[in-house]
Design a protein around this ligand. Structure first.
Ligand code: ADP
Ligand code: ASP
Ligand code: MG
Length: 404
C-alpha cells in the first residue's frame, strides 16, 4: 500500500465524543485501502472560547502568548481522536506542529507555512500507524508556536498532502460539498460536483469560509486534488478540479460573502503624489491585509481615501492610522465597523458584458445600499451594511438563477 490520502476534519466534525468516535470509523475504513494521514481542527467552539479567554488580561495581549494559547484546541482533538482509534484497534499517534517541524514565518496569527519535515510522518506510516496532526499551528525557526489564521487547518492538510505527494486531500466538514453560496444563508443554493481551481481561489479569497484561501493556493501551486465532503453523511462531495473549465458552463459560478469587516475613511487628506503609499505602506509593514480600496476625485486638492480590513485587525489598523494623523494631516478619520463584503464570482464573466448592470438592478430592487464597489475580470465585489448581507446574497443568487 503506497497511496497516501490526507483526511482533514473540522470543528463540528469533532464537536463531541460521539462525533470523534464516528470520525474514527471514517479513518479506519479509509486506512484499509490507503495510507491515511489525518489533520484535525479544534472541537467546535473551542478556538472562539480561547480567543475570548485571551482577552481576560487586556484587549491587546502579547501576540506570542495569544498563539500559544489558541493553538491548544487542536492538541486536545488530536489526542482524543488517537484514543478513539485505539479503541477500535487502529494504531494511531497524535503529533503537534513542533513534533513534525511544521515551520512557518513568524507573523503570529497569520503565519505562512514554509516547510514540513515529512520524515516523522513517513516513519509513522511505515510502522502502520495513522499519524494525527494538529492543524492550524506551526513553529518559527526558533521554536515558538504560531497559528495560520482562522480556518487554517485546511491549509495544514493541503500542505501536508503536497509534501507527502498524497493522491488526494479530503476536507471533511459539516456540509456535503461546495455550493453556489453558503447553503446556511440561501437554502436554494446548489451543490457543485466540481469547481475549478481558479473559481475556488476567487470564492475562498472573497470569504467563502468552506475552505481557507491559503489551502486553495497550496493545492493550486502543488497540484493537489482536493475534495470537500461531509463527515456526517456519505457522498462524493465536491472536487476542486485541476482542469480548465469549458466555457459552455455558466457565467457566474457563485457568491461569496464576508462579515466582520471594517471600513476606514481618511476624510480630507491632501491629494499629492504618494498619498496611497503613505497610507498603505505602514499598514502593510504592520502585516495588515487591506482589501477594497477607493480614492475619490479630489476637490480643492483634498480627497477621501477609504479602505476595508478584517475586524481582527481593528486595533492594529486604528493604531497605525492614528500615528499617521500628523504627517498626513487629514481632517477626520471615519470608522465603520458594521459592514460586510459580497462578491459575485465567475470565470465566465470575463467575456460577457451586462453582468454588473444585472447585479446592480437586483440589488436596487431589493433596496440594498451599496457603500463601495470594486470589480475585476472575474468578480464584482460590493461593500454594504452588515445587516443587508442576507438580502443581497439572496437577491443576487436569485437574479443569476444559480439554483437552476
Ligand atoms: P469546519 O469546521 O469543518 O472547517 P467551517 O465552518 O470552517 O467548517 O466551513 C464550513 C461552512 O462553510 C459551512 O457550514 C457553510 O456554512 C460555510 N460555507 C460558506 N460558503 C460556502 C459554500 N459556498 N459552500 C459550502 N459551504 C459554505
Ligand atoms: N480551529 C481553528 C479555527 O477555528 C482552525 C480551523 O478551524 O481550521 O479557526
Ligand atoms: Mg474551516
Amino acid at each position: 500500500m503506497s497511496n497516501i490520502i490526507v483526511q482533514k476534519f473540522g470543528g463540528t466534525s469533532l464537536g463531541t465524543e460521539e462525533r470523534i468516535a464516528s470520525v474514527a470509523k471514517i479513518v479506519k475504513e479509509a486506512s484499509q485501502s490507503a495510507n491515511v494521514i489525518v489533520v484535525v481542527s479544534a472541537m467546535s467552539g473551542e478556538t472562539n472560547r480561547l480567543i475570548k479567554l485571551a482577552k481576560s488580561f487586556g484587549d491587546d495581549p502579547s501576540k506570542r502568548e495569544f498563539d500559544a494559547l489558541i493553538s491548544t484546541g487542536e492538541k486536545v482533538s488530536a489526542a482524543l481522536l488517537a484514543m478513539a482509534l485505539h479503541q477500535i484497534d487502529v494504531k494511531a499517534k497524535s503529533y503537534t506542529a513542533s513534533q513534525i517541524s511544521m515551520k512557518t514565518t513568524n507573523s503570529y496569527s497569520k503565519a505562512r507555512i514554509l516547510e514540513v519535515d515529512g520524515k516523522k510522518i513517513q516513519d509513522a506510516l511505515d510502522e502502520g500507524i495513522v499519524p494525527i496532526i494538529t492543524g492550524f499551528q506551526g513553529i518559527t525557526e526558533s521554536g515558538d508556536v504560531t497559528t495560520l489564521g482562522r480556518g487554517g487547518s485546511d491549509t495544514t492538510a493541503v500542505a501536508i498532502a503536497a509534501q507527502m505527494k498524497a493522491e488526494r486531500c479530503d476536507i471533511y466538514t459539516d456540509v456535503d460539498g461546495i455550493y453556489t453560496t453558503d447553503p446556511r444563508v440561501v437554502p436554494e443554493a446548489k451543490k457543485l460536483d466540481t469547481i475549478t481551481m481558479e473559481e475556488m481561489l476567487e470564492m475562498a479569497g472573497q470569504g467563502a469560509k468552506v475552505i481557507q484561501i491559503r489551502a486553495v493556493e497550496f493545492a493550486n501551486k502543488y497540484k493537489v486534488p482536493v475534495r470537500v465532503l461531509s463527515s456526517f453523511e456519505p457522498g462524493d462531495g465536491t472536487l476542486i478540479s485541476l482542469e480548465e473549465k469549458d466555457m459552455e458552463n455558466g457565467l457566474v459560478s457563485g457568491i461569496a460573502f464576508q462579515k466582520d469587516q471594517m471600513k476606514y475613511t481618511l476624510h480630507g487628506v491632501s491629494d499629492t503624489p504618494g498619498i496611497a503609499y503613505a497610507i498603505l505602506g505602514p499598514l502593510s509593514d504592520a502585516n495588515i491585509e487591506v482589501d477594497v480600496i477607493v480614492q475619490n476625485v479630489s476637490v480643492n486638492g483634498k480627497t477621501d481615501f477609504t479602505f476595508t480590513v478584517s475586524k481582527e485587525d481593528e486595533i492594529s489598523t486604528t493604531t497605525v492610522i492614528k500615528k499617521l494623523k500628523d504627517s498626513l494631516n487629514f481632517d477626520d478619520l471615519l470608522i465603520d465597523s458594521n459592514i460586510a463584503k459580497v462578491s459575485l464570482v465567475g470565470v465566465g464573466m470575463r467575456s460577457h458584458a451586462g453582468i454588473a448592470s444585472k447585479a446592480f438592478k437586483a440589488l436596487s430592487e431589493n433596496e440594498v445600499n451599496i457603500l463601495m464597489i470594486s470589480t475585476s475580470e472575474i468578480k464584482i465585489t460590493i461593500v454594504i451594511e452588515d445587516s443587508s448581507v442576507e438580502t443581497a446574497v439572496k437577491a443576487l443568487h436569485n437574479s443569476f438563477e444559480l439554483d437552476k
